[in-house]
Design a protein around this ligand. Structure first.
Ligand code: PLP
Length: 416
């Protein structure tokens, strides 16, 4: 069988075998309900408590500040809707950014329809929010600022500590969607004045269907799910014990291995970027060259825009799984990315990016295979494109700051 290479770790990560080993006993024996008083219940409770401590350690938080949820999406909804509900009066204002994940954007949109005023901050060419734009957006009735820690399409990191400070100066809470960042870059709640943070187990080599909302002590939050009063009354529902155990194990491994893993992934990431630049002068890097997740690459190919899906399928046939940067799911794969549009890319280019995201189990050999295969795939597409659509309008967006060295001298100087 051909060895498949998985470079789509921003979509989901393969489960770490150590995580699976930790979870397995909780399907066969440790299936008790953590709310029960008998031994089965107490054992399940102890496992959930251990996982809570492990996630708290990853985040530099107190165990009581960790609320288990069913996903990153639920954690986002709980943070945004829950904090606005707790704030009371309806004349609330909420600030977010134009490049958030749909889990945040859709939640804000719904609140807007319900009467909440929403400001979506623009981003610069690299996808970064300017703290001054947040300062200007703040109003006396701003209750919450929600800005992601790392972008899922381009991998750009936001200055969340500074953004959180600005929110606080104006009396608002600060939430960050750290689904892509948690376990990849240090995020200590001791150093970051963050009130609410979402993460998801399946992005850090844990199981799907388990997430966390970190809620700083004292931050008011109205629960979205009420019933049995689990999670300190903040999120009712019988706990997904095996999933929570898996998340705890994934968090402990991430805490232990994060810095070595980041160094290794940055080396592979930069090798891919530099090697592709050397052989494909029409390739350009999307997003900030350095202020990005360790394993995240988003590429565009001048002249082959609009062909990202074909490129993805061609690589898939050759045994390499990557993603189109245009969307986080196949359902929207032909549509321009709202993230790239917000970064100033015209609709054609906003459809034409390729997302290569590395994880714990990727190797330099796999990177070399990609570097060997990708140029030939891009070149064959360019041939098809130029034959199939000779009259295609020239793209107006000219990438500047992030052009991969090799084809742009000006950038070469910045880069070296
Ligand atoms: N937020 C970001 C930035 C994401 O990348 C994702 C998943 O792709 C989510 C939220 C949703 O997380 P989940 O799949 O756990 O609901």
């Amino acid at each position: 069988m051909v060895h498949r290479i998985y470079f789509d770790n921003a979509a989901t990560t393969p489960i770490d075998p150590r995580v699976l080993d930790a979870m397995q006993p909780f399907f066969r024996q440790g299936w008790g309900n953590p709310s029960s008083l008998h031994r089965e219940g107490r054992e399940a409770r102890a496992a959930v408590d251990l996982a809570r401590r492990r996630v708290a350690e990853l985040l530099g938080a107190q165990p009581s500040e960790i609320v288990f949820t069913s996903s990153g999406t639920e954690a986002d909804a709980m943070a945004i809707r829950g904090s606005l509900l707790a704030a009371g009066p309806r004349d609330a204002h909420l600030v977010t950014s134009a490049v958030e994940h749909p889990a945040v954007l859709a939640c804000c949109q719904r609140l807007e329809r319900e009467g909440v005023a929403v400001t979506r901050l623009p981003v610069d060419h690299d996808g970064v929010v300017d703290p001054d734009s947040l300062r200007q957006a703040m109003r006396p009735n701003t209750r919450l600022v929600s800005i992601m820690a790392a972008n899922n399409v381009v991998g750009t990191l936001q200055p969340i500590a500074e953004l959180a400070r600005i929110a606080h100066e104006h009396g608002a809470l600060f939430h960050t969607d750290a689904v892509q960042a948690a376990g990849k870059i240090p995020l200590s709640m001791r150093d970051h004045p963050i009130d609410l943070l979402s993460l998801s187990a399946h992005k850090l080599h844990g199981p799907k269907g388990t997430g966390v909302l970190y809620v700083r002590t004292g931050v008011p939050l109205t629960p979205l799910l009420e019933g049995g009063g689990q999670e300190g009354g903040r999120r009712s529902s019988t706990e997904n014990v095996a999933g929570i155990v898996g998340l705890g194990a994934a968090a402990a491994i991430a805490r232990e291995e994060m810095s070595d893993e980041a160094v290794r992934l940055v080396r592979i990431r930069d090798h891919i970027i530099d090697s592709i630049a050397a052989v494909l002068p029409n390739a350009y890097l999307i997003g900030d060259r350095y202020r990005r997740l360790p394993g995240h690459i988003c590429l565009g190919f001048s002249g082959s825009e609009g062909e990202a899906i074909r490129l993805l399928l061609d690589l898939d046939e050759k045994g390499i799984a990557v993603s189109s940067g245009s969307a986080c799911s196949a359902r929207h794969s032909g549509e321009p990315s709202h993230v790239l549009e917000a970064m100033g890319f015209d609709p054609l280019r906003a459809r034409g990016s390729l997302r290569i995201t590395l994880g714990r189990f990727n190797t330099m050999e796999e990177a070399n295979r990609l570097v060997e295969v990708l140029p030939e795939s891009v070149r064959s597409l360019r041939t098809i494109t130029s034959v199939a659509s000779p009259g295609q309008p020239a793209a107006t967006h000219r990438p500047t700051g992030s052009q991969i060295p090799g084809s742009n001298r000006q950038f070469q100087n910045q880069y070296q």
